[in-house]
Design a protein around this ligand. Structure first.
Ligand SMILES: Nc1ncnc2c1ncn2[C@@H]1O[C@H](COP(=O)(O)OP(=O)(O)OP(=O)(O)O)[C@@H](O)[C@H]1O
Ligand SMILES: [Mg+2]
Length: 274
């Protein structure tokens, strides 16, 4: 098997030098495109469900008489539409948050809200439903304190990590195709979230480069190489820490593990007030 080819957009160029307006705008646009991809992808795949549901309803209603079986079908289709609409609501809310964040970039850059990480994970898994199809997402959630982060930011972190995990699990191609998300409190009191996958893991030679902006092993068409760098910016901006590692040597599949540590909201406040 050929090893992954690293495509490093951060190397050799001036990158995001202060005052380089053009590259700042390009980077902002790339970030926006990356973020919008999750809710937009959910709406796009749901469109298909809605179209098929509508066709089925039209089919049934074309007859003069509706049989009991068809009536059951109508109920099933309406239930499915209800679920799809709920997900689309969530997606539209996310896109509105993204646009709001962008609009208020300067004025509210430091704004934070109190969030339950488990709720953020559930919302994000729902939005990524189409990308996680066929993958078992195992939740091992303990009750934890709320954390604080900019609106929508934590969703973005969870989405970027889950998309990477899904891509890795599919790449491996075998079974099982699992992503295990664990939420608990670390010994130092931080809220700890770990994402383990059953993909091939990260090649040792690139392990210390995965957070570099523009670094990708996925090729231009798949990866922009900004997912993990955005995660790190967001988590460090919230006084947290993000680390990535592989499963134990000899474990098959080896799998990657991303751990996010965030201070509980209470602690973040204590540190802010003198
Ligand atoms: N779960 C994982 N398993 C294996 N490799 C991973 C995993 N997560 C990240 N990586 C490696 O880290 C690199 C950087 O990840 P990052 O999310 O920043 O960019 P990307 O996924 O390549 O592109 P983008 O997220 O912008 O679409 C990936 O190209 C891949 O080599
Ligand atoms: Mg990625």
């Amino acid at each position: 098997m050929n090893g992954p080819v690293a495509n490093d957009r951060s190397r050799g160029g001036p990158g995001l030098k202060a005052g380089d307006r053009q590259s700042a705008v390009a980077s902002l646009a790339a970030g926006m495109a990356h973020e919008l991809n999750t809710p937009l992808g959910a709406i796009h795949s749901n469109h298909d469900v809605i179209r098929r549901a509508l066709a089925r309803l039209q089919d049934i209603l074309a007859d003069e008489v509706v049989t009991p079986d068809e009536l059951n079908d109508v109920r099933r289709v309406v239930r499915a539409l209800d679920g799809v609409l709920g997900t689309n609501d969530l997606a539209v809310r996310r896109m509105r948050e993204l646009v709001d964040n962008l609009r208020r970039f300067d004025a509210h850059a430091a704004e934070r809200v109190s969030l339950n990480i488990c709720d953020v994970i559930e919302d994000t898994v729902r939005l990524l439903h189409h990308r996680l199809a066929g993958i078992t997402v195992v939740r091992e959630f303990q009750e934890v304190e709320p954390v604080e982060c900019g609106p929508g930011r934590l969703h973005q972190v969870v989405a970027n990590i889950l998309v990477n995990a899904a891509q890795a699990v599919r790449e491996q191609g075998g079974q099982p195709q699992d992503i295990t998300i664990t939420v608990d409190t670390a010994p130092n009191g931080m809220v700890r979230t770990s994402f383990r996958d059953t993909g091939p893991g990260i090649p040792e030679r690139v392990l210390d480069r995965v957070f570099e902006p523009g670094f990708t092993t996925k090729g231009d068409r798949v990866g922009m190489g900004i997912g993990l760098s955005v995660c790190r910016d967001i988590i460090e901006g919230a006084a947290g820490e993000i680390v990535i590692s592989n499963g134990p040597n000899g474990q098959t599949p080896r799998g990657a593990k991303v751990t996010v540590l965030l201070p509980p909201a209470r602690k973040a406040h204590e540190e802010e007030s003198p």
